[in-house]
Write a protein that binds this ligand. Structure first.
Ligand code: ADP
Ligand code: ZN
Length: 214
């Protein structure tokens, strides 16, 4: 099974992708995490990605696709993948379709997690993420049991440098312009599953699993 999870920044893609991957025994590939890893490692790709990410812009398509393809070549992906934050524009969506087709595979469903803009802003400005396992928290909506520490792995929590109000506004603009057209793309392909992203983590997770079963 190959599932795409998409939605605006702050829609809960990361949280839900890790939930769905666990429930359905799929590999979770998050391009935002791949970008952050590349930046930390100081690779050539990382240097290019860093300035884009700081501005809230998308990284270059070629490099994004290269990272995804490298990760997909690892044998654990054979049984299926949940893509989180990829594809993020029509070019990436077409490339993914072509790459899977070559292997006799296809995207089964694309889950669109729908959240109103006002709610997105609230979520992103209070977000804390685990440095080790990337689990997100929110300072008022879903705080960790111990302040500054990840419930799951004990890792240190930090605020992403691109979670500041200026960058957040840019990211939302990029989302509406570049990523929102995927709603149409996957609707036409008969693959869209639209899910209301407002509610508890388990509640939204159940909606997604239910939507995928239909
Ligand atoms: P969010 O969805 O909250 O913005 P992500 O962690 O998914 O967070 O992405 C963070 C940043 O990483 C993006 O703003 C962008 O710069 C880069 N990025 C992630 N995925 C892609 C992608 N598929 N194509 C291009 N850039 C990407
Ligand atoms: Zn953690």
């Amino acid at each position: 099974m190959y599932i795409v999870l998409f939605g605006a920044p702050g829609a809960g893609k990361g949280t839900q992708a890790s939930y769905v991957a666990q429930q359905m025994n799929l590999v979770h590939i998050a391009t935002g995490d791949l970008f952050r890893q590349a930046i930390e490692q100081g690779t050539e790709l990382g240097m290019q990605a860093k300035s884009d990410m700081e501005k809230g812009l998308l990284g270059p398509n070629e490099l994004t696709i290269k990272m995804v393809m490298e990760r997909m070549a690892v044998p654990d992906c054979e049984t299926g993948v949940v893509f989180d934050g990829f594809p993020r524009n029509l070019g990436q969506a077409e490339t993914l379709d072509e790459a899977l087709e070559k292997q006799g595979k296809a995207v089964d469903n694309a889950v669109y997690i729908k959240v109103a803009e006002e709610e997105l802003l609230k979520r992103l400005t209070g977000r804390w993420v685990c440095r080790k396992c990337q689990q997100p928290y929110h300072e008022t909506e879903s705080p960790p049991k111990i302040q500054g520490k990840c419930d799951k792995c004990g890792g240190e929590l930090y605020q992403r440098p691109d979670d500041n109000i200026e960058t957040i506004k840019n990211r939302l603009g990029v989302y509406f312009k570049e990523t929102a057209p995927l709603i149409d793309y996957y609707t036409k392909a008969g693959k869209l599953v639209e899910v209301d992203g407002v509610g508890g983590i388990d509640e939204v997770g159940r909606r997604i699993i239910e939507g995928l079963r239909k």
